[in-house]
Design a protein around this ligand. Structure first.
Ligand code: URA
Length: 440
């Protein structure tokens, strides 16, 4: 007969976590049999002693199975992508419909903004009428019709993780790779996926600032997801610059639409990373011979307009306007030109460093994210025309512009935007977008 104290003691003595112990504890977290103090002690024991690769798989599967797990009856592989979070990272909005246009089915259960990073759901809710919280029947219907659906998690998704996550936060046990891995994957794998690609961000705008910690997390995620039966790989990608040249909610939807409709989009890195991640996903899902061919297929779906068609269908099925792709400016909330200012910095120098986290925090402060969980988001505010590292800033040009609620707020935001950038008169070496590739 097991109990919470025995399980915690085994972890404390470095004996790891068996599948039976993991199932018992996850069930107890979900139904309340495990008390808060026991959950806190469990999290701290895992943080201090670790539970090893097998323990991570056991905890991931047990937390995944603590609530509803979706199953699918669709004529293609079920695929998704997860990013560890960044600034201007609006890949999901493009990748879900592009993968659908290539024969995959993408039930993308997404989250809201976390800290300085934007959330896919918050961005989608910038679209008037869009309903991100839908029941199972509606999710099924949209995935069948559009091939993809970007939606939020309902309350019955991984309840054990929801409880443990809250307790980790207050007992100081957030930074455990074992717990982060099980937390991310238990939620993602409830979508009943065949294939998952991970975008582990690294740099000044990421939760993992250095390559070594990003690699450690990526390896743990890839190994655990494969151990739990989902074909998974990860790219470690640069987050020392904002990925798109926009950061905010409506402005990132606009950036995604630009990538899906304009061959000469200024958001080139956003498009390139979407193709790279999509190429890997198609290869893992046997919809392409290899990642390179997969990336070509994703690019073709963007150029042909097929990805845009899938996006339009998904948006309309979920309550948004039928012609959003044709007339985004008619629907996406935005502030007038009087609230857009360019800090003049005449120089002719190159951007050598960006405090990308500060850009994300600026968006949150302007109202584009939440400081408290019940804050309402202002979808119209944001940063646009953002420079990336290596960009040359000509005399009189700006490193970015601000779309704020009032002129006074715009003026305050310029100063903070400008101070996040470092310019150099010396040549700045170009930065690779993809830093590493982690496979099973
Ligand atoms: N995201 C999650 O879902 N869980 C974590 O622990 C960290 C990031």
């Amino acid at each position: 007969m097991t109990d919470a104290r025995a399980i915690i003691a085994r972890i404390r003595y470095g004996q790891g976590l068996t599948p039976d112990d993991a199932r018992w504890f996850a069930r107890g977290l979900a139904d309340g049999a495990v008390e808060d103090a026991q959950a806190g002690a469990f999290a701290m024991a895992v943080l201090l002693r670790g539970i090893g690769a097998d323990g991570r798989v056991a905890l991931t599967q047990a937390m995944r199975d603590s609530g509803r797990v979706l199953t699918w009856d669709v004529p293609g592989p079920v695929v998704d992508k997860h990013s560890t979070g960044g600034v201007g990272d609006t890949v999901s909005l493009i990748l879900a419909p592009a993968l659908a246009a290539c024969g995959a089915y993408v039930p993308m259960i997404s989250g809201r903004g976390l800290g300085h990073t934007g959330g896919t759901l918050d961005k989608m809710e910038a679209i008037p009428g869009y309903r991100a919280l839908v029941d199972r029947a509606m999710l099924d219907d949209v995935v069948q019709q559009a091939g993809c659906a970007i939606v939020g998690a309902t309350g019955d998704i991984a309840p054990a993780d929801r409880r443990l996550y809250g307790i980790r936060d207050i007992c100081g046990a957030v930074e455990s790779v074992d717990l982060i891995t099980a937390s991310i994957l238990s939620k993602k794998l409830t979508a009943g996926l065949d294939v998952l690609v991970l975008d582990v961000k690294c740099g000044s705008g990421a939760f993992m600032p250095d390559l070594e910690s990003a690699r450690e997390l990526a390896r743990a995620l890839v190994e655990t997801a494969n151990g739990a039966g989902c074909r998974t790989m990860a790219l470690i990608t640069d987050m020392n610059s904002p990925l798109a040249r926009s950061a905010g909610n409506a402005v990132e939807v606009q950036a995604a639409i630009d990538v899906m409709t304009k061959p000469d989009t200024p958001h080139r890195e956003l498009r390139n990373l979407t193709c790279a991640l999509g190429g890997e996903a198609l290869a893992l899902a046997d919809l392409a011979a290899d990642a390179e061919q997969g990336a070509e297929k994703i690019l073709a779906a963007l150029k042909s307009g097929h990805a845009a068609e899938r996006f339009a269908k998904m948006v309309h099925c979920l309550g948004g306007p039928v012609d959003l792709i044709e007339q985004p400016r008619k629907y996406l909330p935005q502030y007038g030109e009087e609230c857009r200012r360019e800090p003049p910095i005449g120089s002719g120098r190159q951007v050598s460093a960006i405090d990308t986290r500060a850009l994300g925090e600026l968006v949150v402060q302007m109202g584009g994210g939440r400081l408290r969980s019940d804050d309402k988001i202002d979808h119209a505010v944001g940063l646009i025309h953002l420079a990336r590292i290596g960009d040359r800033v000509a005399d009189g040009d700006a490193v970015g512009r601000v779309a704020a609620h009032t002129e006074a707020e715009a003026a305050r935001a310029f100063a903070r935007l400008r101070s996040a950038y470092t310019l150099s008169a010396d040549p700045v070496p170009s930065q690779p977008l993809i830093l590493d590739r982690i496979t099973a």
